[in-house]
Design a protein around this ligand. Structure first.
Ligand SMILES: Nc1ncnc2c1ncn2[C@@H]1O[C@H](COP(=O)(O)OP(=O)(O)O)[C@@H](O)[C@H]1O
Ligand SMILES: [Mg+2]
Length: 234
């Protein structure tokens, strides 16, 4: 069961939103998902209390550096994907979370490009690789991208990051009212009312493409040749 961690040491980058979109879409695709909520604002936990029960989705609150290993081992048999939401500031959990992740996603606000919080995470990933020989696959996901931003402008941002050898997801997460409202309403993009939320169809399509790309990048069953990390952890 792969662990996907969302990390950016700056609040407001769109981590928690991306966690919820990925987790609910993976459930929609039939996977069993456990969200590990380590964000002290507990948005996911609050959303979960508002939402109808779903057997495929498990939310664990108050996850800390001391408890995370236990949560993962206790839930591994009923989970296909773990998705971890980290605090929006430097936290002792960050290095530990990176160490146990199969993929680290770094949400960076596409239009603002004030990427310092993301750069901190990238630096830590590089440090762990150099000093501890720990290679954790990671990529940037551009978030809160204005729907009017052109493909060409996005390509420019991607090329800038590629020059620094940073992988960027093909699917950016667009700024959508539905992605805000889901936290107030509970449920998922599929239980929302199309007549009341603007561009809900586009929001659904965006979340789906994002999750499908993550499924390609972090497949549930890795080919034998790629399963080194997995066997090491088993
Ligand atoms: N794609 C998006 N579309 C619309 N609003 C967004 C989007 N991503 C984040 N937001 C809003 O921005 C704020 C910060 O997002 P959040 O996901 O909580 O970031 P973080 O977890 O990194 O602090 C929240 O009010 C959230 O509703
Ligand atoms: Mg958050």
């Amino acid at each position: 069961m792969p662990v996907i961690t969302f990390a950016n040491t700056k609040g407001g980058a769109g981590k928690t939103t991306a966690v919820l979109l990925l987790a609910t879409e993976l459930v929609e695709q039939g996977y069993r998902v456990t969200i590990l909520d380590a964000d002290p604002q507990y948005w996911i936990t609050r959303w979960h209390m508002l939402s109808p029960q779903n057997d495929k989705l498990n939310v664990i609150s108050y996850v800390t550096q001391a408890s995370i290993d236990r949560h993962i081992s206790e839930n591994r048999h009923k989970t296909d994907y773990f998705v971890l939401d980290l605090p929006g500031a430097q936290s002792p959990l960050l290095a530990k979370a990176i160490g146990l992740s199969d993929h680290v996603l770094i949400p960076i606000q596409g239009c603002a490009m004030d990427a310092q919080g993301g750069a901190n995470v990238l630096e830590l990933l590089r440090y762990l690789e150099e000093k501890a020989n720990l290679h954790v696959p990671h990529s940037v996901v551009l978030t809160r991208v204005n729907s009017m931003v052109t493909t060409r402008a996005l390509l420019a941002v991607k090329m800038l990051l590629a020059e620094r050898k940073v992988e960027v997801l093909d699917t950016p997460i667009i700024e959508r009212a539905a992605f805000r409202d889901i936290f107030d309403l509970g449920g998922t993009l599929y239980t929302m009312d199309e007549n009341r939320i603007s561009n809900l169809d586009k929001a659904r399509q965006n979340a789906r493409l994002f999750a499908l790309e993550m499924l390609r990048r972090v497949p549930l069953h890795k080919p034998a040749s790629l399963s080194k990390r997995f066997t090491r952890a088993a």
